[in-house]
Design a protein around this ligand. Sequence first.
Ligand SMILES: NC(=O)c1ccc[n+]([C@@H]2O[C@H](COP(=O)([O-])OP(=O)(O)OC[C@H]3O[C@@H](n4cnc5c(N)ncnc54)[C@H](O)[C@@H]3O)[C@@H](O)[C@H]2O)c1
Length: 372
Amino acid sequence: MKIGCPTEIKPQEFRVGMTPNAAQEAVAHGHEVYIQAGAGTGSGFNDEDYTRAGAKIIDTAEEVFAISDMIVKVKEPQAGERKMLREGQLLFTYLHLAPDPDQTHDLIASGCTAIAYETVTDAAGGLPLLAPMSEVAGRLAPQVGAWTLQKANGGRGVLMGGVPGVGPAKVLVIGGGVVGTHAARIAAGMGADVTVLDRSLPRMRYLDDVFGGTFKTGFSSAGYTAELLEQADMVIGAVLIPGAAAPKLVSRAQLSTMKPGAALVDVAIDQGGCFETSRATTHADPIYDVDGIMHYCVANMPGAVARTSTIALGNATMPFMLALADKGWRKACEDDPHLLNGLNVHAGKLTYYAVGKALGLDVVSPNVVLKG
Ligand SMILES: NC(=O)c1ccc[n+]([C@@H]2O[C@H](COP(=O)([O-])OP(=O)(O)OC[C@H]3O[C@@H](n4cnc5c(N)ncnc54)[C@H](O)[C@@H]3O)[C@@H](O)[C@H]2O)c1
């Protein structure tokens, strides 16, 4: 198969769909890999890294789209890229179609087969191609929170680990899923005193079994959250209710009960945020102050560490990318129902029910399409 990887063109996107290692694996499987010149620069990979891996460098996105049977990307194709997709071409990337009718219509009209990273599943009921980005955002949250807590940034001037004779920062993590667990691990590793709140008892049992002693767990009731808020130097918002906007768990009125200069890091901002006073910010201007409480609400946190994020995403996508290339999408999806769950569009038809429901469009079952 001819596999193509264009440079990402969405603003502030520095990741790339294929690492040199992924390219090398694909070449070893007998495929041809075409990388747009400079595609890896934002993640610290140069064209020579890809050439050494056996890939061919081509100058323009137009050429990459024209030559490739499968396009591997990071972000959803932008309007100009969608015009270059064609019937029978395979697209493997994040799509997030439900809130994006223009993209959905363009993909349907193109006749391509589009497999979305975010809807591929695994046997444990997880989302294996979303998880790496949650891991990155979770591990980054205490790091940016610690920076926010510094006096010059408007914070309380508290050091995460304290020093001998001075106690550590108190960190409250709301939501103990992928983001919350990784945030808690790193905050505890920095020496902070960490409590994770969740509403799922099985999840808290798991966290207590695995991390008991490293951080504490608590049940996320309004009363207990209010109690811990008053003591917290940093609060990390990491809740998710699948398919719904994030619940608002800290109100504006509650900010006045907190320590002045405390830091709120709302990782759940991409689902609307879990603090009433959260509004999305960018890496260029990440923090703002409401009532003396510093907020960090960057919606694409993994972009700050593009290299780590690219490699983490590449590790997760590689086995699926190889299966698609080796077997073709139909056989690969026949063999793996979790990959089939990623199928969103095929040959002019929408094949993902949640997207159809969100946009009021007809959907054909992926199983019907598969037999097609
Ligand atoms: N800002 C970014 O760059 C970025 C990056 C990655 C993920 N995210 C977002 O982070 C959020 C968390 O993602 P995740 O992968 O950890 O999800 P997850 O499903 O693994 O975990 C969510 C957790 O929230 C818990 N929860 C639900 N309601 C709760 C409540 N009222 N109180 C306490 N806990 C509650 C659930 O039980 C679950 O354990 C999502 O909104 C995700 O989109 C943001």
